[in-house]
Write a new protein. Sequence first.
Lengths: 201, 682
Amino acid sequence: MTLKKIHDDQPKEFKFSSENFKKAEEILKRYPKENKKSAVMPFLYLAQKQNSNWIPLAAMKYIANFLSMPYISVYEVATFYTMYNLAPVGKHFVQVCTTTPCLIRGADKIVRLCKEKISPNENELSKEGSCSWMEVECLGACVNAPMIQINDNYYEDLDEKSTKEILESLINDKPLKPGSFRGRKNTAPEKKQIVNGEKHA
Amino acid sequence: MPKIIINGKEIEFEKGMTVLQACELADVEIPRFCYHEKLSIAGNCRMCLVELEKSPKPIASCAMPAAEGMNIKTNTHLVEKARKGVMEFLLANHPLDCPVCDQGGECDLQDQSMYYGVDKSRFIENKRQVKEKYMGPLIKTQMTRCIHCTRCVRFATEVAGVPEIGAIGRGENMEITTYLEKAMESELSANVIDLCPVGALTSKPYAFEARPWELKKTESIDVMDAVGSNIRIDTYNWEVKRILPRLNNDINEEWISDKTRYSCDGLLKQRLDVPYIKKNNKLQKSNWDEAITLLTDKIQSINPNEIGGHIGDMVNMENALSFKKLFATLKSKNLEFREKKFYINSSEKINYIFNSSIKGIEESDLILLIGSNPRHEATMLNARIRKTFVKKRIPIFSIGDPGELTYDYTVIGNTTDDLKKIIDNEHEFSKKLSSSNKPIVIIGESALELESGQYIVEEVKNFLKKNNFISKEWNAFNFLAQNASTVGLIDLKVLSKEDEEKNSFFEKLNKNQFKLLYLLGSDNLDIKKNNEFIVYQGSHGDRGAEIADLVLPSAAFTEQNGLFENLEGRVQESKKASYPIGEALEDWKIFNLILKKLGKFNDLSKFDSLRKEVLNLIPNFTKLNELPNFEEAQVVNTSSEFISESVNIKNLDYFYTNSISRASKTMSECRQIKQKLRKTGT
């Protein structure tokens, strides 16, 4: 299943929640009135967050009317950028980094676990419908490899055990706290602090 | 003027030109796909690369503004290599299906790869495959062939004013489509077929019909509306295969409406091939001898006053003149060409033409529509209004609600009272109008059908005259005719001045005072048939033939030469591209048959003399294909009656306005889709 294709089962209506509506109006203030259509990307992002991580057609229409743009233009933008999901991905959207550093540190094991725990294929909803996973390219946290991104949060320094726990917590809808799973603070050295260049000639 | 060096030759160019345009001035050909004169610049096909001295890379000439002192080279090794490279990439995913592609023979990609391409491919990977997209009944898509020039996207957004086509996805997955694969809701949609440089968008009705080199091409004039778009008729033997636009910057630029383009399949259907006579309430095949004898017997047995004639919407001027002469011989004065009563004043030419001229719209700074929906009544003129609107954001106002147009407008009133206020300077709009430099006031037929039609024409004219808007430099007064024949027939004085005011034809028609009604290609007249004998002479078995007692087959507009005067008063010649079907004859030849039978040998007409006479009869005539002379308007203080009434703009059944389009299968498909759209509202 691809996330760039319009999903068959579409909700009929979409509207920003009152909270998001306020945010939308804030966003509009950033752009000159005659160029308000510049707000299309943050708006799509808002809509995606509101609608459990995917953008239905109704939301595109809503945004098009909101910004007085043609429907096709919003559709073009939504299909162009890879991080807009046009099909349901679950409330907990797991993105597994499988680029070289993570792969060396065991990202393939995480992928295997995802296949076991969530769904056998990428971008497929889990049985309960609350999760889906996909492989992605480097998320820029190589120091804490291997890692996964769930919605907006990074879960780092993983191994099989911690990944299992995280995925199970997602399925039970009680996600664990994000961060390093080996007790590191951000990217700080784990044992002894080594001053740069000390061990080298 | 600044100068630029192209291939060692120094030439002058206008400021604001691009390098590509400057190269064209120097007669240097630059290959291109995405660049099109009438569209905005995209610069994404990269085919127009040229070498600029001191620039490390070749530049895209279509997007690079020309500047003083540039040294451009187009015949160097670098340029050749760049073009070859670009062409190789374009062909990487383009299928090699030219033999089964409808664009073959008139394909930009085919031609240019012959000149600039390489003969073999180094690309061993699979070519990409894209699904076909639905774009309505007119456009056939084969999106695998698309090279993403985005001409169609730009056309839909800029010229047609319906932003419904777009490019979705990115990179290798980019696809051109309409929003959710809906039919494009525009009257200009099929122009994207001409624009497409490859065979991605081709004509659905014309699919696999013929190859371009097999067709005979005739340059002619369109008669579906009064704009007089310039067209090229492509025929294969007798059949009209397709109709294409011809460049005329004064009228239709490079576009034509879908009705013009696709009603040509109506020329093959419902045709009248032999005379028919009604016997036992059924039309039965007959021959010319019998038909003419029947007709002349009727004519001789009926009082000339009880013979009425009506001229239809697609009759050329020569035929109309010979019809008029026939009626003069018959001593009948009951001639009419209007389909409904509307006010005309034939005493001055400026009263019934589009004086500002279609090209002049671009200079205007304010437009007022009175009872007119230009989108349906004159599609190409509407496109020009949109062009001006997009370029200068001119304010557009309307009296009466025209419905959905392709630009923003403000309705300033729905009644004649609002117009009266403007004329009497009591409305705030009056100031706007009089303070603008080059306003345009367009009066539609819907306004003239009103009881106060006379008031509207005369008082608006007087108002504009008072504000100095009617002069040789700028004439703001415009009448928007709907039918191709209207302006020409007014010029030929088919209606006498007296009948014009009294509408005596309609009175007699309503009172059933005619014993013989002669319909010359007239299908839109509202007739309640009683005991009168109806003769229908025309090309199609349509509404007119349905009620007729005698049907005489004649040639359609593509099958005879003839003059048409468009709504600007521009006289243009429609040329013979094909032959009349079966025993059908040109109209004037049929009149000659009748005259011979009646023994009036002196009144027979010849085509050449008819044409000469027509040209002499047209007031203010200058030259073929040129605008008429300007004539100072007289201010007449007529006591025109003002009646307070609402201005309702008649809804045209756009795809069904005349007998040819009603016979066309393509047009009825378009009509169905439009009706469905209206019902579901999506």
